[in-house]
Design a protein around this ligand. Sequence first.
Ligand code: KDG
Length: 334
Amino acid sequence: MRSAKSSRNLPSGQLPWATRPIDILSYGEPLVGFYPLQVAENLKPETKMKNPWIATWGGDTSNIILAASKLGLSCAYLTRVGEDPFGEGFLSLWKSSGILTDFVQRDSDHRTGLYFVSFQNEKHVLTYYRKDSAASHIDPEGFGLTNLSSVKIFHLSGISLAISEKAREFGIALMKAAREQGAFVSFDTNFRPSLWNKGQARKLFEQIIPAYVHILATTDEEMELLGWGDTPEALPVRLPGPEYYLIKQGERGVYVRSPIEKVIHPAFPVPVVDTVGAGDAFDAGFLRAFLHSVPLKEAVRYASAVAALVCTGQGPLEKQPTHQEVEAFLMNPP
Ligand code: KDG
């Protein structure tokens, strides 16, 4: 894989990569996710509600930096949380995980968002409580765009852009500034129909992806929903611009394309407990490999291992691995 330090695509006069202290700056919304203690599909609703709930930490852009930080990268988060116990909890989690929280804003008028997990036909369904959340009230004034000159990769998702008009405008300004200041822009479409409709999402994605994105992650399901074709090969033709296309295909594995090669990797056959956060884990693993200039084939294998390990625990964080754990897994894969 091309070194992140090479400058083919970077404007001249930028700080060299090596002097940038932040590997990944992530922008978006953290959410606390609640799981029923027992996953029982056929209980009456009132009986289901007597099930104790277990809190987990979620939110795609938070999951990514927690995974990347555990893999050894230096990460920072740009978001806004409520002055509530969930906001406090997140801050303490990020700090204890070594994540820079200088860009995390606090909001006394709006709360940290939540979701509740239920299961239908053995597939998880998320019910969100996030409307008017603190993150949707992010204050662009609270972050100097020049801070991006110390960032190697700026990461955000379709969710980061869908939570409010303000968050969307700021997200686009950040992508533009990141690119101008020589950072790589990583974008995961993470289309959530509960936040916006597919026409709105597609229109915006088709404007910003060719203009700003270097590393594009999506899923085959989203490609189909957004009308981008039903084969991974269709995407670079439909949306030229990015250097890397990561197309996640659930249990079938992934298809990854760089400017010079393509890699198809099947998912590792692990005992799956929960797939929430697996896609974020894949992105984090890929970004780590990218920053370490790992050849594409190995990078995809590495990222697939990170995702597989996350699927063996409940919620996005329980089984997030360290770099050593990924290496041990890859020495003796299932
Ligand atoms: O990728 C996992 C996320 O879906 C989960 O953590 C919640 O961020 C979330 C969302 O908006 O769906």
